[in-house]
Design a binder for this molecule. Structure first.
Ligand code: ADP
Ligand code: MG
Length: 369
Protein backbone atom coordinates (compact mmCIF):
# COMPACT_ATOMS: atom_id res chain seq x y z
CA UNK A 1 0.00 0.00 0.00
CA UNK A 2 1.32 3.40 -1.03
CA UNK A 3 1.15 6.01 1.76
CA UNK A 4 1.07 9.70 0.91
CA UNK A 5 1.81 12.44 3.41
CA UNK A 6 0.70 15.84 2.19
CA UNK A 7 1.71 19.06 3.98
CA UNK A 8 1.48 17.12 7.22
CA UNK A 9 1.86 19.37 10.25
CA UNK A 10 1.35 18.72 13.95
CA UNK A 11 1.52 21.37 16.63
CA UNK A 12 1.19 20.71 20.34
CA UNK A 13 0.26 23.37 22.89
CA UNK A 14 3.35 24.33 24.88
CA UNK A 15 3.89 22.54 28.19
CA UNK A 16 6.00 25.46 29.35
CA UNK A 17 3.92 27.90 31.44
CA UNK A 18 6.20 30.86 30.62
CA UNK A 19 6.57 30.19 26.90
CA UNK A 20 3.17 29.71 25.31
CA UNK A 21 4.30 29.22 21.69
CA UNK A 22 3.18 25.90 20.24
CA UNK A 23 5.64 23.06 19.78
CA UNK A 24 5.82 22.24 16.08
CA UNK A 25 6.48 18.50 16.30
CA UNK A 26 6.09 17.91 12.55
CA UNK A 27 6.26 20.68 9.99
CA UNK A 28 4.92 20.44 6.44
CA UNK A 29 5.98 16.85 5.79
CA UNK A 30 5.50 15.79 2.16
CA UNK A 31 6.38 12.30 1.02
CA UNK A 32 4.92 9.62 -1.23
CA UNK A 33 5.96 6.36 0.43
CA UNK A 34 6.17 3.72 -2.31
CA UNK A 35 4.30 0.45 -1.94
CA UNK A 36 6.13 -2.52 -0.44
CA UNK A 37 9.25 -0.70 0.75
CA UNK A 38 10.94 -0.42 4.13
CA UNK A 39 11.28 3.23 5.11
CA UNK A 40 13.63 4.25 7.92
CA UNK A 41 12.50 7.41 9.70
CA UNK A 42 15.67 8.70 11.31
CA UNK A 43 16.70 11.61 13.51
CA UNK A 44 17.73 12.62 17.02
CA UNK A 45 15.39 12.38 19.97
CA UNK A 46 12.57 14.93 19.83
CA UNK A 47 12.77 15.55 16.07
CA UNK A 48 9.19 14.35 15.45
CA UNK A 49 9.59 10.71 14.43
CA UNK A 50 6.98 9.24 16.79
CA UNK A 51 4.57 12.06 16.04
CA UNK A 52 4.90 11.36 12.31
CA UNK A 53 4.26 7.67 12.91
CA UNK A 54 1.25 8.49 15.12
CA UNK A 55 -0.17 10.70 12.37
CA UNK A 56 0.14 7.80 9.92
CA UNK A 57 -1.46 5.37 12.36
CA UNK A 58 -4.22 7.78 13.34
CA UNK A 59 -3.26 7.89 17.03
CA UNK A 60 -2.75 11.63 16.48
CA UNK A 61 -4.77 14.03 14.30
CA UNK A 62 -2.76 16.48 12.18
CA UNK A 63 -3.11 20.22 12.75
CA UNK A 64 -2.83 20.63 8.99
CA UNK A 65 -2.37 18.37 6.01
CA UNK A 66 -3.55 14.93 4.97
CA UNK A 67 -2.65 11.25 5.00
CA UNK A 68 -3.61 8.98 2.11
CA UNK A 69 -3.48 5.17 2.01
CA UNK A 70 -3.42 4.48 -1.72
CA UNK A 71 -5.98 6.91 -3.15
CA UNK A 72 -8.06 7.03 0.06
CA UNK A 73 -7.88 10.03 2.35
CA UNK A 74 -7.61 8.43 5.81
CA UNK A 75 -6.88 11.66 7.71
CA UNK A 76 -10.07 11.37 9.74
CA UNK A 77 -10.23 7.59 9.93
CA UNK A 78 -9.62 6.12 13.42
CA UNK A 79 -6.58 3.81 13.78
CA UNK A 80 -8.65 0.60 13.99
CA UNK A 81 -10.06 1.23 10.53
CA UNK A 82 -6.76 1.95 8.81
CA UNK A 83 -5.51 -1.62 8.51
CA UNK A 84 -2.21 -0.97 10.26
CA UNK A 85 0.05 -3.03 12.50
CA UNK A 86 1.87 -1.27 15.31
CA UNK A 87 4.99 -2.28 17.23
CA UNK A 88 6.49 -0.19 20.02
CA UNK A 89 9.75 -0.20 21.94
CA UNK A 90 8.17 -1.74 25.05
CA UNK A 91 6.55 -4.82 23.41
CA UNK A 92 3.26 -4.14 25.31
CA UNK A 93 2.21 -7.82 25.50
CA UNK A 94 -0.51 -9.05 27.84
CA UNK A 95 1.48 -10.67 30.67
CA UNK A 96 -1.29 -13.09 31.73
CA UNK A 97 -1.84 -14.43 28.18
CA UNK A 98 0.28 -17.05 26.41
CA UNK A 99 2.20 -16.26 23.23
CA UNK A 100 -0.59 -17.89 21.21
CA UNK A 101 -3.30 -15.86 22.96
CA UNK A 102 -1.32 -12.65 22.56
CA UNK A 103 -0.90 -13.13 18.82
CA UNK A 104 -4.50 -14.26 18.38
CA UNK A 105 -5.94 -11.35 20.37
CA UNK A 106 -6.44 -8.84 17.50
CA UNK A 107 -8.40 -11.47 15.54
CA UNK A 108 -10.99 -11.89 18.30
CA UNK A 109 -12.17 -8.33 17.85
CA UNK A 110 -13.02 -8.72 14.18
CA UNK A 111 -16.71 -8.09 13.57
CA UNK A 112 -19.33 -8.66 10.90
CA UNK A 113 -18.08 -10.05 7.59
CA UNK A 114 -14.48 -10.08 8.86
CA UNK A 115 -15.32 -12.40 11.78
CA UNK A 116 -13.27 -15.60 11.76
CA UNK A 117 -13.96 -19.10 13.07
CA UNK A 118 -11.80 -20.42 15.91
CA UNK A 119 -9.94 -22.68 13.42
CA UNK A 120 -9.21 -19.79 11.07
CA UNK A 121 -7.92 -17.70 13.97
CA UNK A 122 -5.60 -20.47 15.14
CA UNK A 123 -4.35 -21.02 11.61
CA UNK A 124 -3.55 -17.35 11.12
CA UNK A 125 -1.89 -17.23 14.54
CA UNK A 126 0.37 -20.16 13.72
CA UNK A 127 1.22 -18.63 10.36
CA UNK A 128 2.25 -15.31 11.96
CA UNK A 129 4.23 -17.13 14.67
CA UNK A 130 6.09 -19.15 12.03
CA UNK A 131 6.91 -16.01 10.10
CA UNK A 132 8.74 -14.55 13.12
CA UNK A 133 10.04 -17.99 14.15
CA UNK A 134 8.39 -18.10 17.55
CA UNK A 135 6.09 -21.08 16.87
CA UNK A 136 7.97 -23.37 19.29
CA UNK A 137 7.09 -21.15 22.24
CA UNK A 138 3.33 -20.79 21.83
CA UNK A 139 2.33 -21.90 25.34
CA UNK A 140 4.76 -19.63 27.21
CA UNK A 141 3.86 -16.40 28.95
CA UNK A 142 5.75 -13.19 28.03
CA UNK A 143 7.59 -13.32 31.38
CA UNK A 144 9.21 -16.59 30.27
CA UNK A 145 10.67 -15.08 27.10
CA UNK A 146 13.80 -13.03 26.35
CA UNK A 147 13.41 -9.45 25.15
CA UNK A 148 14.09 -10.48 21.57
CA UNK A 149 11.46 -13.22 21.73
CA UNK A 150 8.93 -10.84 23.25
CA UNK A 151 9.52 -8.39 20.43
CA UNK A 152 8.97 -11.20 17.89
CA UNK A 153 5.62 -11.91 19.53
CA UNK A 154 4.73 -8.22 19.29
CA UNK A 155 5.66 -8.27 15.59
CA UNK A 156 3.60 -11.44 15.01
CA UNK A 157 0.64 -9.79 16.73
CA UNK A 158 1.02 -6.75 14.48
CA UNK A 159 1.16 -8.99 11.39
CA UNK A 160 -1.64 -11.42 12.19
CA UNK A 161 -4.34 -9.32 10.51
CA UNK A 162 -2.10 -8.83 7.46
CA UNK A 163 -1.92 -5.06 7.83
CA UNK A 164 -1.58 -2.82 4.79
CA UNK A 165 1.06 -0.81 6.60
CA UNK A 166 3.39 -1.89 9.41
CA UNK A 167 4.60 0.85 11.76
CA UNK A 168 7.51 0.21 14.13
CA UNK A 169 8.58 2.81 16.69
CA UNK A 170 12.13 2.16 17.94
CA UNK A 171 11.35 -1.59 18.14
CA UNK A 172 14.93 -2.61 18.96
CA UNK A 173 15.82 -0.03 21.60
CA UNK A 174 15.16 -2.34 24.56
CA UNK A 175 17.31 -5.17 23.20
CA UNK A 176 20.97 -5.78 23.91
CA UNK A 177 23.50 -5.20 21.12
CA UNK A 178 23.60 -8.76 19.78
CA UNK A 179 19.84 -9.24 19.77
CA UNK A 180 19.43 -5.84 18.19
CA UNK A 181 21.54 -6.90 15.22
CA UNK A 182 19.77 -10.22 14.89
CA UNK A 183 16.27 -8.79 15.23
CA UNK A 184 16.90 -6.05 12.69
CA UNK A 185 17.93 -8.69 10.15
CA UNK A 186 14.72 -10.54 11.04
CA UNK A 187 12.61 -7.44 10.42
CA UNK A 188 14.30 -6.98 7.06
CA UNK A 189 13.58 -10.61 6.14
CA UNK A 190 9.94 -10.46 7.30
CA UNK A 191 9.39 -7.23 5.37
CA UNK A 192 10.87 -8.76 2.19
CA UNK A 193 8.76 -11.89 2.59
CA UNK A 194 5.47 -10.11 3.28
CA UNK A 195 6.11 -7.03 1.09
CA UNK A 196 4.10 -4.96 3.56
CA UNK A 197 4.90 -1.24 3.36
CA UNK A 198 6.86 -0.71 6.58
CA UNK A 199 7.90 2.42 8.39
CA UNK A 200 10.65 1.92 10.91
CA UNK A 201 11.49 4.69 13.38
CA UNK A 202 14.94 4.87 14.95
CA UNK A 203 17.47 7.39 16.27
CA UNK A 204 20.28 4.98 15.35
CA UNK A 205 21.73 5.90 11.95
CA UNK A 206 23.50 2.59 11.49
CA UNK A 207 20.29 0.68 12.15
CA UNK A 208 18.34 2.79 9.66
CA UNK A 209 21.09 2.64 7.03
CA UNK A 210 21.43 -1.13 7.27
CA UNK A 211 17.80 -2.16 6.84
CA UNK A 212 16.01 0.61 4.94
CA UNK A 213 15.26 0.84 1.24
CA UNK A 214 14.76 4.56 1.78
CA UNK A 215 15.71 6.75 4.72
CA UNK A 216 14.07 9.99 5.79
CA UNK A 217 16.31 12.19 7.94
CA UNK A 218 14.45 14.59 10.26
CA UNK A 219 15.52 17.45 12.49
CA UNK A 220 13.30 19.73 14.59
CA UNK A 221 10.12 18.46 12.91
CA UNK A 222 11.42 19.10 9.40
CA UNK A 223 12.50 16.63 6.76
CA UNK A 224 16.15 17.22 5.90
CA UNK A 225 16.60 14.63 3.18
CA UNK A 226 14.96 11.54 1.65
CA UNK A 227 16.84 8.94 -0.37
CA UNK A 228 18.49 5.56 -0.56
CA UNK A 229 20.88 5.15 2.40
CA UNK A 230 24.06 5.15 0.29
CA UNK A 231 22.83 8.10 -1.76
CA UNK A 232 22.18 10.19 1.36
CA UNK A 233 25.53 9.19 2.88
CA UNK A 234 27.42 10.08 -0.32
CA UNK A 235 25.43 13.21 -1.07
CA UNK A 236 24.15 14.81 2.12
CA UNK A 237 22.04 17.91 1.52
CA UNK A 238 23.47 19.82 4.46
CA UNK A 239 25.92 19.71 7.36
CA UNK A 240 23.39 18.18 9.76
CA UNK A 241 22.77 15.16 7.52
CA UNK A 242 26.51 14.74 6.84
CA UNK A 243 27.26 14.71 10.57
CA UNK A 244 24.33 12.48 11.49
CA UNK A 245 25.29 9.63 9.14
CA UNK A 246 28.49 7.61 9.41
CA UNK A 247 30.69 6.05 12.08
CA UNK A 248 33.29 7.24 12.76
CA UNK A 249 31.72 10.60 11.95
CA UNK A 250 32.76 12.97 9.18
CA UNK A 251 35.67 15.27 10.16
CA UNK A 252 34.73 18.97 9.98
CA UNK A 253 37.15 21.81 9.17
CA UNK A 254 37.01 25.59 8.87
CA UNK A 255 38.28 26.14 5.35
CA UNK A 256 38.56 28.65 2.54
CA UNK A 257 38.00 28.31 -1.16
CA UNK A 258 40.65 30.37 -2.96
CA UNK A 259 41.28 30.32 -6.72
CA UNK A 260 39.49 27.00 -7.14
CA UNK A 261 41.42 25.32 -4.33
CA UNK A 262 40.24 24.19 -0.92
CA UNK A 263 42.61 25.61 1.68
CA UNK A 264 42.79 23.99 5.12
CA UNK A 265 45.16 25.37 7.74
CA UNK A 266 47.31 27.07 5.09
CA UNK A 267 47.60 24.04 2.76
CA UNK A 268 45.87 23.97 -0.63
CA UNK A 269 44.53 20.43 -0.30
CA UNK A 270 42.14 19.84 -3.23
CA UNK A 271 40.97 21.50 -6.44
CA UNK A 272 37.28 22.35 -5.98
CA UNK A 273 36.28 23.93 -9.31
CA UNK A 274 32.83 25.45 -9.24
CA UNK A 275 32.74 26.19 -5.50
CA UNK A 276 32.48 29.92 -4.77
CA UNK A 277 35.50 31.65 -3.23
CA UNK A 278 35.19 32.40 0.46
CA UNK A 279 34.93 30.72 3.83
CA UNK A 280 33.42 27.20 3.90
CA UNK A 281 32.95 24.29 6.22
CA UNK A 282 34.68 21.23 4.81
CA UNK A 283 33.69 17.71 5.80
CA UNK A 284 36.08 14.84 5.10
CA UNK A 285 34.80 11.30 5.60
CA UNK A 286 37.24 9.06 7.55
CA UNK A 287 37.68 6.92 4.41
CA UNK A 288 38.50 10.03 2.34
CA UNK A 289 42.15 10.30 3.39
CA UNK A 290 45.04 8.81 1.39
CA UNK A 291 48.33 8.47 3.25
CA UNK A 292 51.04 9.99 1.07
CA UNK A 293 54.52 11.09 2.18
CA UNK A 294 54.18 14.01 -0.25
CA UNK A 295 50.46 14.59 0.53
CA UNK A 296 49.14 18.15 0.32
CA UNK A 297 47.32 18.14 3.66
CA UNK A 298 49.79 18.18 6.54
CA UNK A 299 48.60 17.29 10.04
CA UNK A 300 50.09 16.46 13.42
CA UNK A 301 50.14 12.73 14.00
CA UNK A 302 48.70 11.71 17.36
CA UNK A 303 48.42 7.93 17.11
CA UNK A 304 48.06 4.99 14.75
CA UNK A 305 45.71 2.17 15.73
CA UNK A 306 45.96 -1.03 13.68
CA UNK A 307 42.60 -2.82 13.58
CA UNK A 308 43.25 -5.83 11.34
CA UNK A 309 42.23 -4.90 7.81
CA UNK A 310 42.15 -1.15 8.47
CA UNK A 311 44.29 1.28 10.34
CA UNK A 312 42.91 4.26 12.13
CA UNK A 313 45.14 7.32 11.98
CA UNK A 314 44.39 9.90 14.66
CA UNK A 315 45.72 13.32 13.80
CA UNK A 316 45.10 16.98 14.53
CA UNK A 317 45.11 20.22 12.59
CA UNK A 318 44.37 23.79 13.58
CA UNK A 319 41.61 24.02 10.95
CA UNK A 320 39.73 21.05 12.42
CA UNK A 321 36.63 21.82 14.49
CA UNK A 322 37.27 18.89 16.81
CA UNK A 323 40.51 18.09 18.64
CA UNK A 324 40.87 14.78 16.78
CA UNK A 325 40.76 13.93 13.10
CA UNK A 326 40.11 10.28 12.42
CA UNK A 327 41.21 8.72 9.13
CA UNK A 328 40.49 5.07 8.25
CA UNK A 329 43.05 3.65 5.85
CA UNK A 330 43.78 0.21 4.39
CA UNK A 331 46.59 -1.46 6.32
CA UNK A 332 48.58 -1.96 3.08
CA UNK A 333 49.39 1.76 3.33
CA UNK A 334 51.05 1.38 6.70
CA UNK A 335 54.46 1.94 5.07
CA UNK A 336 53.45 5.52 4.29
CA UNK A 337 53.50 6.48 7.95
CA UNK A 338 56.23 5.99 10.50
CA UNK A 339 54.71 5.48 13.91
CA UNK A 340 57.27 7.66 15.72
CA UNK A 341 56.79 10.61 13.33
CA UNK A 342 55.14 13.77 14.57
CA UNK A 343 53.68 14.72 11.19
CA UNK A 344 51.50 12.93 8.68
CA UNK A 345 50.47 13.97 5.17
CA UNK A 346 47.34 13.13 3.24
CA UNK A 347 45.90 13.48 -0.20
CA UNK A 348 42.10 13.56 -0.29
CA UNK A 349 39.57 11.56 -2.30
CA UNK A 350 37.47 14.26 -4.01
CA UNK A 351 34.17 12.36 -3.67
CA UNK A 352 34.71 12.05 0.10
CA UNK A 353 35.13 15.79 0.60
CA UNK A 354 31.93 17.75 1.27
CA UNK A 355 31.70 21.53 1.31
CA UNK A 356 29.06 23.54 3.16
CA UNK A 357 28.13 27.20 3.34
CA UNK A 358 29.33 28.51 6.69
CA UNK A 359 26.16 30.52 7.27
CA UNK A 360 23.37 28.30 5.96
CA UNK A 361 25.23 24.97 6.37
CA UNK A 362 23.75 23.92 3.02
CA UNK A 363 25.88 21.83 0.70
CA UNK A 364 28.11 23.57 -1.86
CA UNK A 365 28.86 21.49 -4.93
CA UNK A 366 32.10 21.41 -6.85
CA UNK A 367 33.46 19.60 -9.84
CA UNK A 368 35.35 16.45 -8.81
CA UNK A 369 36.88 15.88 -12.29
P1 ADP B 1 10.86 11.65 18.56
O1 ADP B 1 9.97 10.47 18.44
O2 ADP B 1 11.62 11.97 17.29
O3 ADP B 1 11.79 11.58 19.72
P2 ADP B 1 8.40 13.10 19.14
O4 ADP B 1 7.60 12.96 17.90
O5 ADP B 1 8.04 12.23 20.29
O6 ADP B 1 9.96 12.96 18.80
O7 ADP B 1 8.32 14.60 19.66
C1 ADP B 1 8.53 15.73 18.83
C2 ADP B 1 8.35 17.01 19.63
O8 ADP B 1 6.99 17.15 20.00
C3 ADP B 1 9.14 17.06 20.91
O9 ADP B 1 9.56 18.37 21.13
C4 ADP B 1 8.13 16.63 21.96
O10 ADP B 1 8.44 17.17 23.21
C5 ADP B 1 6.85 17.22 21.41
N1 ADP B 1 5.66 16.43 21.80
C6 ADP B 1 5.41 15.14 21.45
N2 ADP B 1 4.21 14.75 21.94
C7 ADP B 1 3.70 15.81 22.62
C8 ADP B 1 2.48 16.04 23.34
N3 ADP B 1 1.55 15.09 23.46
N4 ADP B 1 2.31 17.27 23.90
C9 ADP B 1 3.23 18.24 23.76
N5 ADP B 1 4.39 18.09 23.09
C10 ADP B 1 4.63 16.90 22.52
MG1 MG C 1 9.94 8.72 19.62
Amino acid sequence: MKVVLRNLTKKFPSRDKKNKTDVVAVSNFNFEIPDGKLIGLLGPSGCGKSTTLNLISGLEKPTEGQVFFGEDDVTNLPPEHRGIGLVFQNYALYPHLTVRQNILFPLENLKGKDKLSKEEMLEKTTEAAKLVQIDELMERKPGELSGGQQQRVAIARALVKRPKVLLLDEPLSNLDARLRLQTREEIKRIQKETEITTIFVTHDQEEAMSISDIIVVMKDGTVQQIGRPQEVYDNPANLFVAKFLGTPPVNIFQGQVKDGQLVLGGDAVLPVKGAPDGPVLAGIRPEGFLLRKSGAFRCQLDSVEVMGRDISVVASNKAAMSPMIRAIIGSENLAEVSVDASQVSFDLKPNKVLLFDRETEERLHFNTK
